[in-house]
Design a protein around this ligand. Structure first.
Ligand SMILES: [Zn+2]
Length: 80
């Protein structure tokens, strides 16, 4: 992780990602692979709510998830 000068306390982690709280500035740090995003806590809560809702709706679609097995994490740019 890049040194941001923050004092981090791990909140949760997995093989894919980790989440820390900064004890200094209060930001939430979300790290996925080599990238870390820093959020205001309320923005992090908003994003996790949206992702949780998307997960529930995705599961309701009952798609064949084996088709995405090789994707891992892929960055996709939005068209301009
Ligand atoms: Zn900080």
């Amino acid at each position: 992780m890049t040194d941001t000068g923050c004092t981090l306390q791990r909140l949760s982690s997995s093989a894919t990602c980790e989440v820390h709280a900064c004890l200094g500035c209060g930001a939430v740090h979300l790290t996925i692979g080599p990238m870390t995003w820093r959020f205001q806590p309320e923005r992090f809560v908003e994003i996790t709510r949206v992702v949780a809702e998307a997960v529930a709706r995705y599961r309701a679609l009952n798609l064949d998830e084996s088709a995405t097995a090789g994707l891992g994490i892929t960055a996709v740019s939005r068209p301009q």
